[in-house]
Design a protein around this ligand. Structure first.
Ligand code: SF4
Length: 94
């Protein structure tokens, strides 16, 4: 698969650009968007340079998919068996 084909899988929904919490080896999505996410277009404003400007932001690779960072219905992971989809922050135990 070429880089263009890989990038074309993304539906540009922006949902993976919300802050996440790692708690007890589980990933939880918060309602806080990344400061670089344009909430109108749902696109990253610094996409080409995001890894330089934003620590913790990494380019998505096939190897990263099973880490459970993307929503369960994201096209990159929707067909993965036993995919460990993130939970919502509301599901965190108090
Ligand atoms: S959740 Fe999936 S489809 Fe949506 S922006 Fe992230 S990678 Fe793209």
């Amino acid at each position: 698969m070429t880089e263009e084909e890989w990038e074309a899988i993304c539906e540009r929904c922006g949902r993976c650009c919300y802050e996440k919490i790692d708690s007890n080896a589980k990933i939880y999505y918060t309602a806080i968007p990344c400061e670089h996410l344009d909430l109108n277009t749902r696109l990253c404003r610094i996409y080409a340079d995001r890894e330089q400007h934003r620590s913790g932001c990494v380019a998505l690779t096939p190897e990263l998919l099973k880490q459970g960072l993307l929503p369960a219905d994201c096209p990159y992971v929707a067909d993965l068996e036993d995919y460990p989809a993130p939970l919502m922050e509301d599901d965190l135990d108090d």
